[in-house]
Design a protein around this ligand. Structure first.
Ligand SMILES: *Cc1c(COP(=O)(O)O)cnc(C)c1O
Length: 398
């Protein structure tokens, strides 16, 4: 497990650190990138070395030169409060590993109501079976989270902004109260990435990424990361070790390759998504655009205060319409693929309805809802494509 050992990247801007961190040219025979190290056994030269576990790498599951390069780069990205980063084979496994690593039977967990749905499934499934209770809270709760804390509450989990409906929690306010009660604060920081939201600088102890999304960036890997501060890192490192969590070397390499270009990709996703969101606000078929970077969004003030950028993912509420009109839109667009996940180079659209599984809040958007991911295509092509979809939607309304 690689923890922060070098801090020469601490004074660089994050974009520069993304390019430079984790590179060890000499060890790589001069090559820019690390090798894809496939390995289980690591041989020790002497019996004494073996007994003492002497050597930088001890066993494939615990780390290789490839995982070390990625972890060092991620530590630089997560910032000065990051003590270590664990790698997991998916975003969901980053969440489940974290929760198993920090909770025990009899504990109580608080999770924001707009958490990624599989997070809820894990809490209401395996965690419940292991005697860990979860309560969900309104993501806009702020300091009133205090009212939900019980004597056995151990951790609070937030997502900023949350999945699909993108309500923006006040992470520092929640974290301040949680800390005062001795709780761990966990943030699923996938939407903004640590480049645009330094969770660990805002009172969060554990910052999770579904690296499947923007870190990978090319829709070609499943991957997760768990970054923790010095209080939480020993728990995470132990949990990863005991659960036997490790990742395939090709995916580690691809995650690192994606990370190197993440700053330029995200800058484009951000620009294009805001442009698209503003254009959608002018369309009569669209009731509301949900995007924290828009000035009239309810989460805008918090976004401006706590974030340095926005990603390419946002949602829209359409005028009330029958299913056939929504299907006409979805079946007309060709540049917006229909499928789960996001964060790759390509644009996506899916319908969603979170009213079916929220429990602490009601979701009544007033019309059908779509989630859009704006990719790296030309923005005018995307608008023209979506305009055709909206026209088909309007035509189906009659
Ligand atoms: C996609 C996603 C995950 C899960 O990531 P996988 O790699 O698909 O397991 C977790 N949290 C959020 C917010 C996500 O969007």
């Amino acid at each position: 497990m690689i923890s922060r050992q070098r801090n020469e990247t601490a004074t660089l801007h994050p974009e520069t650190a993304l390019v430079t961190a984790g590179r060890d040219t000499l060890a790589q025979h001069g090559f820019v990138n690390p090798p894809v190290v496939r390995g289980s056994t690591v041989l020790y030269p002497t019996a004494d070395d073996l007994r003492a576990h002497r050597g930088e790498f001890q066993y494939g599951r615990h780390g290789t030169p490839t995982t070390k390069a990625l972890q060092e780069a991620l530590i630089a990205l997560e910032g000065p409060n990051c003590a270590g980063v664990g790698l997991t084979p998916s975003g969901v496994s980053a969440i489940s590993t974290t929760l198993l690593a920090v909770l025990k039977t009899g504990d109580h967990l608080l999770v924001c109501d707009n958490a990624y749905r599989p997070t809820r499934l894990f809490c209401d499934g395996l965690l419940k079976r292991y005697g860990i209770a979860t309560d969900y809270f309104d993501p806009l709760i702020g300091a009133d989270i205090a009212a939900h804390i019980k004597p056995n509450t151990r951790a609070v989990m937030v997502e900023a902004p949350g999945s699909q409906s993108l309500e923006m929690p006040d992470v520092p306010a929640i974290a301040t109260v949680a800390k005062a009660h001795g709780l761990l604060v966990i943030d699923d920081n996938t939407w903004a990435t640590p480049l645009y939201h330094r969770s660990l600088d805002q009172g969060v102890d554990i910052s999770i990424q579904a690296a499947t999304k923007y870190i990978g960036g090319h829709s070609d890997i499943m991957f997760g990361t768990i970054a923790a501060n010095k209080e939480a890192w020993p728990l995470i490192a132990d949990g990863i070790r005991q659960l036997g969590v490790c990742c395939g070397p090709d995916d580690v390499f691809l995650a690192l390759r994606g990370l190197r270009t993440m700053a330029v990709r995200l800058a484009h996703h951000q620009r294009a998504a805001i442009d698209m969101a503003q254009w959608l606000q002018t369309r009569p078929e669209v009731l509301r655009v949900i995007h924290p970077a828009l000035p009239d969004d309810p989460g805008h003030a918090i976004w401006r205060r706590d974030f340095t950028g926005a990603s390419g993912l946002f949602s829209i509420v359409l005028q009330p319409a029958p299913q056939v009109a929504i299907d006409a839109l979805l079946d007309t667009v060709t540049l917006f693929g229909m499928g789960y996940s996001w964060g790759g180079f390509e644009s996506l659209v899916i319908p969603f309805d979170c009213s079916t599984y929220r429990s602490a809040t009601a979701w009544n958007p007033g019309g059908p809802t779509l989630r859009l991911h704006i990719g790296l295509e030309n923005i005018d092509d995307l608008k023209a494509d979506f305009a055709r979809g909206l026209e088909a939607f309007a035509a189906a309304l009659g």
